[in-house]
Write a protein that binds this ligand. Structure first.
Ligand SMILES: NC(=O)c1ccc[n+]([C@@H]2O[C@H](COP(=O)([O-])OP(=O)(O)OC[C@H]3O[C@@H](n4cnc5c(N)ncnc54)[C@H](O)[C@@H]3O)[C@@H](O)[C@H]2O)c1
Ligand SMILES: [Zn+2]
Ligand SMILES: [Zn+2]
Length: 370
């Protein structure tokens, strides 16, 4: 009998290590200064990590809050940015759902998926995470980024969805989705959204899916208010720069004298917290999506008898496959938010134009380093 030929051992295939040339990254110092620096490329650190090559990122208004030193838990000298899509470059041993080469949208929140809070969907308060990327650990305004708990953080981008169509999923679209869900919108009800900035507009997009009777947008920037109307996101618009009494009356006139059934505050202005509870009808739900730079007063004696439910805080950005499916089917389209594109080389200019709302800028897209 012939002896079987010995087979050469099958060695596990390992990807050759990436060349780790320094990368470009936008870093803030916690004192209002940002700078484009050279940083080492991130490496895998934990078994649940992945490295993503950023193909599109963007600037969020929350980055401006960090830059101004108004986010207490933000860590200086961190790479900014938490809203992005990219291609998976490397994965650690415990990442099972994704592999190098996959196109992914990344949640702005890091979450373990198993702790007390994660089990209830409250991933913003994950005991091992929360808003980490671009806040407490290096974020996405760079060429590469390390993403912890990658299996939870990623949403696969279908072939038919472009990077730009998926770009806002992990942050402002997740926030719009979350805010609209928290607002307990009933079919035929009235929803008031304060602010028609990027978050206000995604909120209206998601609120619309619940089939309310009317969406009232309150906004002081006439271009943004008009846009909300033109896109069919708002049915009625109210000038947010009018005196509060007038705004309150205008909402009452549109809601049979009662006030709005649901209010979502997505402006974060000086007077918009007070506006939110004043335009709400008794027993309404008031959702605070905006991030304030100053404390707000809760004047309970003046509110007495209104019996409001307030829901506050940072988005619980999870369960986003459902929202990706809405993008894929064309039911949600955020392309209207994109005003300008800049390569990473020009990100300082992009910050300037975004913060100044130059040429009615809503969102800027950061393309890779050229
Ligand atoms: N909850 C979250 O997890 C989460 C996620 C993303 C962003 N945010 C926050 O949401 C807020 C909105 O984000 P954005 O990118 O849309 O910001 P933005 O500043 O572009 O939009 C806010 C809008 O509110 C309008 N506004 C200001 N004062 C007003 C007033 N008195 N009446 C009516 N409208 C008024 C502004 O004109 C502006 O268009 C920011 O504070 C941001 O940090 C929160
Ligand atoms: Zn954000
Ligand atoms: Zn957790």
């Amino acid at each position: 009998m012939r002896k079987p030929t010995p087979r050469s051992p099958v060695l596990p295939w390992t990807k050759p290590p990436r060349e780790r040339t320094p990368m470009k990254a936008l870093v803030h110092d916690g004192n209002g200064n940002i700078a484009l620096q050279e940083r080492p490329q991130p490496t895998l650190q934990l078994p649940t990590d992945a490295i993503v090559r950023v193909t599109r990122s963007t600037i969020c208004t929350s980055d401006l809050h960090i830059m101004r030193g108004a986010v207490p838990h933000a860590v200086p000298d961190t790479v900014l940015g938490h809203e992005f899509v990219g291609v998976v470059e490397e994965v650690s041993a415990d990442v099972t759902r994704f592999k190098p080469g996959d196109r992914v949208a990344v949640n702005c929140e890091t979450f373990c998926g198993t702790c007390f809070f994660c089990q209830r969907g409250w991933v913003n308060n994950c005991e091992q995470g929360g808003w980490e990327l671009g806040c407490r650990i290096d974020g996405c305004q760079a060429e590469f980024v390390r993403v912890p708990f990658a299996d939870n953080a990623f949403t696969r981008i279908p072939d038919s969805v472009s990077d730009e169509d998926a770009l806002f999923l992990g942050d402002i679209l997740a926030t719009g989705w979350w805010g609209a869900r928290l607002a307990e919108i009933e079919e035929g009800s009235s929803v008031a959204v304060i602010g028609a900035g990027p978050v206000g507009l995604t909120t209206m997009m998601c609120a619309r899916l619940a089939n309310p009777g009317s969406i009232i947008a309150i906004e002081c920037d006439p271009h943004r208010a008009e846009l909300a109307k033109r896109l069919g996101l708002a049915d009625r618009i109210i000038d947010g720069s009018a005196p509060l009494d007038e705004i309150e009356r205008a909402v009452q006139d549109l809601t049979e004298g009662r006030g709005a059934d649901s209010v979502i505050e997505a402006a974060g202005g000086d007077a918009t917290f007070e506006m939110a509870w004043r335009i709400a009808r008794p027993n309404a739900v008031v959702v605070i999506s905006a991030m304030y730079e100053h404390d707000q007063a809760l004047p309970l004696p003046r509110m007495y008898g209104k019996n409001l439910v307030f829901k506050t805080g940072g988005v619980d950005a999870s369960g986003l496959d459902e929202v990706m499916a809405l993008i894929e089917s064309g039911k949600i389209d955020t392309s209207c938010l994109i005003s300008k594109r800049y390569p990473l080389n020009d990100i300082l200019e992009a910050y300037r134009a975004f913060e100044a709302r130059e040429d009615d800028c809503l969102k800027v897209v950061i393309t890779p380093w050229e």
